[in-house]
Design a protein around this ligand. Structure first.
Ligand SMILES: Cc1cc2nc3c(=O)[nH]c(=O)nc-3n(C[C@H](O)[C@H](O)[C@H](O)COP(=O)(O)OP(=O)(O)OC[C@H]3O[C@@H](n4cnc5c(N)ncnc54)[C@H](O)[C@@H]3O)c2cc1C
Length: 430
């Protein structure tokens, strides 16, 4: 019996892992059974329905970094070239060819696709390989003997491993329900409805790609000033040179760096940085300014929202208050969003594996080669937290093919030897 892997979320990672498992099975190779649980639809977060975009924003990374990238499989001894060749049939370019868009895309200079087009690509992959999707929102994860039990309103799915994906909930807001404070989802809902935002002083909390997409949209609205609030010294541009890109596509050598070096590299290249394309637009617009600080709280007063910011100035904490007509809370992405789903038995099991209290830092530092929390059985794969230990490309779209190898090649426990080992035993040598 193949182990069952339950994936929370049919986004880029869920589709990538399920597709590679399907291709392996087509090759006659044992692979985990992948069941994806999705609350909305395949690739929902790349369309308006997911609340993270209106679908019209453009992908920051190259679309050739698709579900099989970097096409350097190391999962099936002596048949990896065949596996990669089969995976290219599910590539971005194969999608364009099969939908009659390839020549047009090349002639236009290979433009970055919109999020909506990217969602259509992911759906095409999911349909092509017939991935198994259970519709429902995961409400709870508990332990059932030596397996996980993944609960939705309607079903309980038992699995030998769980992989958590996605950035969390776009509905989060620093002042829920207040008309002058918008969550990410509320902002994109307005944009998708073509509702014009009209305000004098607007604040956008957050300096990452989510906030960058919102700024890109805000330019079109009637606003006098836009203040981007983030804890970083300034708004950094993501380094997109060969050397920075290879860190994301190929983590060889990453584990040889010290923790401090890895944190530094991630801060420079990934966390709280804008892509060069958005930076260009930002520089050209004199309505944008940056305010350094961490928002501590927000209160409505005199028709405005007053934000209290904490800033660290040479070891001293400075508190300042700023008033805005509209606040957009773009700080929603949270790699630990799944923690409230864990039942007490699941929490106990993870703390036992960690050998101490469950914190974000402890989880990050415990992620093993297979992108799962080391010492925890059944397997809990947390690619969103694996950047620090395994490579900065794993939480995003930078090496989905490699991510799939790591997860599908994991040892799922006593009853399920690692597929890699089984394949070595069973496959004829090429
Ligand atoms: C606006 C924006 C732009 C971005 N652009 C880029 C980019 O250009 N390049 C890049 O590398 N990264 C980008 N990112 C980061 C991006 O989030 C990740 O790279 C990538 O989407 C992660 O894939 P994923 O499969 O983990 O999550 P997603 O593709 O977001 O999929 C998560 C899925 O989980 C589902 N879900 C959530 N909660 C539950 C639940 N409780 N039960 C069931 N299903 C659930 C959602 O509906 C969704 O379909 C961007 C992020 C945002 C918000």
């Amino acid at each position: 019996m193949s182990p069952r892997l339950a994936v929370i979320g049919a986004g880029a990672k869920g589709v990538a892992v399920a597709a590679k498992a399907a291709v392996l099975r087509d090759m006659g190779v044992d692979a985990p059974e992948v069941v994806v649980v999705e609350r909305a639809e395949v690739a929902a977060n790349w369309a308006a329905v997911g609340g993270w975009t209106d679908g019209q924003q453009r992908l920051g990374t190259s679309p050739e970094k698709d579900i099989g990238f970097p096409y350097r499989s190391s999962l099936v001894r002596r048949r990896n070239a065949e596996l990669d060749e089969r995976m290219t049939r599910l590539s971005w370019q194969s999608y364009l060819i099969s939908t009659g868009q390839f020549a047009d895309w090349v002639d236009r200079g290979r433009p970055a696709p919109t999020h909506l087009r990217w969602s259509q690509y992911l759906r095409w992959v999911a349909d092509s390989v017939g991935i198994s999707v259970v519709t429902g929102e995961v409400q709870r994860i508990s332990v059932d003997g030596d397996r996980w039990a993944v609960h939705t309103d309607e079903t309980v799915l038992c699995a030998d491993g769980v992989m958590v994906t996605g950035p969390g909930q776009a509905e989060r807001s620093i002042l829920p329900g207040h008309p002058r404070v918008l969550s990410i989802a509320q902002f994109w809902h307005r944009a998708a409805e073509h509702e014009r935002i009209s305000a004098e002083r607007v604040a956008v909390i957050g300096g990452g790609e989510t906030a960058a997409s919102m700024l890109n949209e805000l330019f079109r609205h009637r606003v006098s000033t836009i203040t981007v609030i983030s804890p970083s010294v300034t708004l950094f541009t993501r380094g997109e040179s060969f050397f920075e890109n290879t860190l994301f596509s190929d983590p060889t050598g990453w584990t040889g760096l010290t923790l401090e070096e890895r944190r530094d590299a991630m801060a420079r290249t990934d966390r709280g940085v804008f892509s060069a394309r958005v930076q260009d637009a930002l520089l050209a617009d004199d309505r944008i300014r940056h305010l350094r600080g961490r928002v501590a709280h927000a209160v409505p007063r005199d028709g405005r929202i007053r934000l209290t910011l904490n800033t660290d100035r040479g070891g001293e904490r400075l508190e300042t208050v700023h008033g805005f007509d509209l606040v957009i809370d773009g700080s929603g992405a949270d790699a630990l969003w799944f923690l409230p789903l864990l039942g007490q038995d699941a929490l106990d099991l993870i703390e036992l594996g960690l050998g101490g209290p469950l914190t974000g830092e402890a989880l990050e530092e415990s992620i093993g080669y297979d992108l799962a929390v080391a010492g925890v059985a059944p397997k809990l794969f947390l690619p969103g937290l694996s950047g620090l230990n395994q490579g900065p490309g794993f939480p995003n779209l930078s090496c989905l093919g490699l991510l799939s190898d790591r997860v599908l090649g994991a040892d799922f426990g006593a009853g399920h030897p690692a597929p890699l080992r089984r394949n070595v035993e069973r496959q004829p040598l090429r």
